[in-house]
Design a protein around this ligand. Sequence first.
Ligand SMILES: Cc1cc2nc3c(=O)[nH]c(=O)nc-3n(C[C@H](O)[C@H](O)[C@H](O)COP(=O)(O)OP(=O)(O)OC[C@H]3O[C@@H](n4cnc5c(N)ncnc54)[C@H](O)[C@@H]3O)c2cc1C
Length: 410
Amino acid sequence: MSFKKLSSTVCIIGAGPAGASTSIFLSKKGIEHIIVDAAVFPRDKTCGDGLDLKTLRMLNHIDRDIIPNELLGNEHFTVSSGVRFISNKGVNSDFIYKQPKGQEDRFPFLVAKRFHFDNFLIGKIDRKTADFRQGTKVKTITKEGNDWKLIAEDQDGELEITCQMLIGADGDHSTVLRYLGDRKINRKHYFSTVRQYWKNIDGIHEKNLLEVYSPSNIPMSYFWIFPLANGEANVGYGMTSEFASKLNINIRESFKELISKDPALAHRFKNAEPCQEIFGCGIPAASLKRKVVGDGWLLVGDAASIASPTTAEGIGTGMMTGYIAARFIEKALKEKSFSEATLANYSREIFRRMEGEISKYNFFLKFPSAYSYIANNLIGDNFFCHYYVNKQFSQWMETCYDKEVIINVD
Ligand SMILES: Cc1cc2nc3c(=O)[nH]c(=O)nc-3n(C[C@H](O)[C@H](O)[C@H](O)COP(=O)(O)OP(=O)(O)OC[C@H]3O[C@@H](n4cnc5c(N)ncnc54)[C@H](O)[C@@H]3O)c2cc1C
């Protein structure tokens, strides 16, 4: 058994979308660092596999050539032109983005299995500035003065890593959060979800719309069908854990029942077959407003509980935290201080972008029947659709494709 020692000013634990993005944006600033992940890529991660506008925006911030040159036409990535809301009355409301002339390469969503997307993203980690170690699991974390000491394990045995700035990018079951004593679940701000890949589902839209359905008898819950590139689809179901617990709902059983019996869905699955067992996993929502920064540490992605509380999407928000974190680390290095005071505004910068979604979600928590009403009635309304398709969608597209994310570190 060998005992290796590594040292760097900055160390990132976790190379999912949040950790990989932190690494990529640190490298763009020439900041050397260590990044470790317990898994060897490609690896699966239970997810809906939907890459939203925040994700596309971050990919454009990494390199504007990625989407047109590497992802369009890529066999593992499906281009989706919009969203279909399925109502319990059997009405489909389609929000399809129509590209203006000259912008035919713009679209609102991609879908890719995390097996492929995360592997693609780690391929962008710059090995000149990043010492990237896969198959390296951090087991213990201690602090000695201003230095962090991590004990990790890889295939050769134990490894000791020392650093001054620790980035927790290790997801919902974060070891960093456990060290900080903050890995408790607040069910109001946490979604319990399941996912299963299926094939031969009937009625997938030719433009690969992401389909969402909110059963009216189960509050604050959503079912999805996201088309994948290989003719399969990512099918899943999730709900606010507080409601699942209070109403004693078994998500797996409800998922199976929706597929086999719900009149809005069952006919679609008559000829379909599951490709795997059902996988369950949680999603920590930004409405929790977790403490995300302290002396010599900072959290990104699911470890920071930053998934959108209205859509449960956490890939783009996680990548965004990585982008913002890199700016604060740059500031800390310039000021030669990793104190909480130097890094404190990181918290403001990540949460201010989520405020709109957080207040909507908090409203729905108080009035859960409003959620179901909007999902099943208002979304089918012509005026509402018109407003969203023409106005909101165009604004989101413009922000994603044309606007740089502005960060104020002071
Ligand atoms: C069922 C479901 C559906 C979802 N659907 C969507 C969707 O369609 N779109 C969307 O945007 N989001 C979706 N999400 C949310 C999304 O999956 C997460 O928000 C996202 O994965 C967060 O990225 P991350 O990098 O923070 O964490 P992760 O992707 O979890 O990555 C964490 C990494 O840390 C590593 N790690 C953990 N512990 C250690 C350790 N001790 N040492 C070393 N490495 C460690 C892990 O191996 C892993 O690679 C969904 C989630 C679920 C559960």
